[in-house]
Write a protein that binds this ligand. Structure first.
Ligand code: GLU
Length: 349
């Protein structure tokens, strides 16, 4: 989308995105006929019409058994309760962090959840975003911590990271944050996909069943805890959280400012009573500089004016502190609409 389209272009686009969702439910018609409808609607959508109408926002999340999906649904729940703002929010399931940032860049999404390492890489044009810096990327706030979580079948013989060699490992779908972070681990270890007997690319929501059905020996997920995916896996098959430590992990944490050591608490999942050492990132909420200031302001206001309610929507949100969420763990500049609310609260200068 050309940047000249500005926020009005984005608004019309997101309206159409929403309308498509509604239409698709009510009418079955061919994709070709459908794109014709979108095109003519876009041509006749006047600026006045865009201003008078409700604002529609679409938030990119992750798989339905992860935590991002709950983040997006929770935000929408609070935004949709706002009486005067006239915003309709929806938060579909997506491929994860990288897909969300790419979706925001292409205009298919207005906001999204993304790992802090992916936010950094996208904004600075490093890692998987090498040479393709997304300078309009804007941070909104940080959410929960997300340890890199390696879960292996108890009968696989996997007890540490190095045991993954020669095993069947789900390294994640392209577009997911876990795939992005797992590639950092693989680089540090000097591994390629050929290191594994199988490097599958299943979506986050499919991996627990693949582990239980013995189609893979291990799954990798960068995710908050507790979550539905690890719960599903550990209740359907005997599976263990595997510690991630050793020189390669130490190097990663030393080299990149956005990785830090972390621990998955013991006793959250069946058969896993002890805490497990690993490293991780934070989940962050992001948008683009093109997003309308007032819409972003109203979105953060909906969350932070109702912060206790928000925190109750998922156990991974329990320890969140509002001020910390806006002052640490972010690498892209704050969106201006969000910064306005944070200044009003005295959280930033
Ligand atoms: N961190 C994962 C990703 O970026 C998503 C985790 C979740 O859905 O909670 O793809």
């Amino acid at each position: 989308m050309p940047s000249a389209a500005g926020s009005r272009g984005r608004h019309v686009r997101t309206c159409l995105h929403y309308i498509r969702g509604v239409f698709m439910k009510r009418h079955a018609f061919s994709a070709a006929a459908f794109s014709g409808t979108i095109l003519s609607a876009a041509m006749f959508a006047s600026p006045a019409m865009a201003q008078d109408q409700e604002q529609f926002i679409t938030i990119g999340t992750g798989g339905q058994t992860g935590v991002y999906y709950v983040v997006g649904q929770s935000i929408c729940r609070l935004v949709n309760r706002l009486e005067d703002a006239n915003i309709k929010c929806n938060a579909p399931s997506t491929g994860g962090s990288v897909a969300n940032i790419n979706g925001i860049k292409s205009g298919q999404l207005d906001m999204g959840v993304a790992q802090s390492d992916v936010q950094y890489q996208a904004y600075n044009g490093t890692g998987n975003f090498e040479g393709d810096a997304f300078e309009e990327l804007r941070a909104v706030f940080r959410v929960h911590g997300e340890p890199l979580t390696l879960l292996a079948r108890a009968d696989s013989g996997i007890e540490e990271l190095d045991d993954l060699e020669g095993k069947r490992v789900n390294i994640g779908n392209p577009g997911s944050g876990q795939r992005n972070t797992m590639e950092v681990v693989m680089d540090a270890k000097g591994w390629t996909e050929d290191t594994f007997a199988l490097a599958s690319q299943l979506d986050a929501a499919e991996q627990a069943a693949a582990l239980a059905d013995n189609n893979v020996d291990a799954m990798v997920y960068v995710v908050g805890h507790p979550n539905g995916s690890i719960q599903e896996a550990t209740t359907t098959v005997d599976a263990r959280l595997i510690p991630l430590n050793g020189p390669a992990i130490d190097e990663i944490v030393e080299e990149y400012p956005y990785y830090s050591k972390s621990v998955i608490a013991g006793g959250l999942y069946k058969g896993n009573p002890d805490p497990v050492e690993t490293f991780g990132v934070a989940a962050t909420f992001v948008t683009t500089a093109e997003a309308d200031d007032e819409v972003v302001y109203q979105t953060v206001k909906a969350i932070f004016d109702n912060f206790d309610r928000f925190k109750r929507l998922h156990p991974a949100f329990e320890g969140l502190d509002a001020e910390e969420m806006v002052t640490s763990g972010l690498s892209a500049p704050l969106h201006e609409g969000a910064a306005r609310y944070y200044r009003e609260q005295g959280w930033i200068e």
